[in-house]
Design a protein around this ligand. Structure first.
Ligand code: DC
Length: 225
């Protein structure tokens, strides 16, 4: 069974996908992490992000490793633990830039499908991203498009940054970053962020994580029935 959960950044996909995967004993594919890893590799190797050919080359030769634990996933790039580094704001921005290159997407699409295969899908897969239901797994059994207002997503991001010890966070700057990233993700020509025609639209603006998970688990139960 393949479950795709797509949507803009900050809608709660990461937490929700992990919960659902844990509940069901499914594998978890964090496709955003692959774009972030490509971006981080470019930054570390001082590759010019506007040099599409060079960025594609980085995507082709990524040396990455995901070690799934219950509460988290340890992510390695060229042997180093970059689980925290890839979550930095500048890496997210760079990921959104390089995600617009069609050949980068083709490279990562193959790696995402390989990941699904390599796990052998003992029970199923929860795929978290922007184009999981539209492009990567068009035949997925359950497709969710999880969203929330930009204001609410900025509020959650500020809370998250504060809880990790960040200081002097400017809400307006975070909101602008979210709006810019939405705009880039939705307006790119290849695999833009949009709901699949057969996706279930779920607005989490006024829902808790528990409520969101319940709605999704109910939909999965319907398909399994
Ligand atoms: O979900 P995230 O914030 O980790 O994603 C980082 C960036 O990667 C985001 O700006 C868009 C891009 N992305 C994408 O284009 N397609 C995906 N399937 C996942 C992420």
């Amino acid at each position: 069974l393949i479950i795709t959960i797509d949507g803009p950044s900050g809608a709660g996909k990461g937490t929700v996908c992990r919960r659902i995967a844990n509940n069901l004993g499914y594998s978890l594919l964090d496709s955003g992490a692959m774009y972030r890893l490509t971006a981080l590799d470019c930054i570390q190797k001082q590759v010019d992000l506007s040099d599409e050919h060079a960025v594609v080359n980085i995507a082709k030769n990524l040396d990455i490793f995901f070690e799934a634990l219950t509460e988290t996933t340890v992510i390695r790039l060229s042997g180093y633990d970059v689980s925290h580094a890839i979550r930095e704001e500048n890496v997210g921005m760079a990921a959104s830039v390089i995600a617009a290159y069609p050949d980068v997407r083709t490279q990562l699409l193959q790696q995402q499908r390989d990941f699904a295969q390599s796990k052998g899908l003992p029970k199923g897969l929860v795929a978290d991203g922007r184009d999981m239901g539209t492009v990567v797994f068009p035949a997925a059994h359950v497709k969710i498009f999880l969203t929330a207002s930009a204001q609410e997503r900025a509020r959650r991001r500020v809370l998250q940054l504060e809880s990790s010890g960040a200081q002097h966070i400017d809400h307006a700057v975070i909101l602008k970053d979210i709006q810019d990233r939405d705009e880039r993700d939705m307006s790119r020509a290849t695999a833009p962020l949009k709901p699949a025609v057969d996706a279930y639209l779920l607005d989490s603006t006024s829902l808790s994580i528990d409520e969101v998970c319940k709605v999704i688990m109910d939909r999965i139960a319907l398909v399994n029935a």
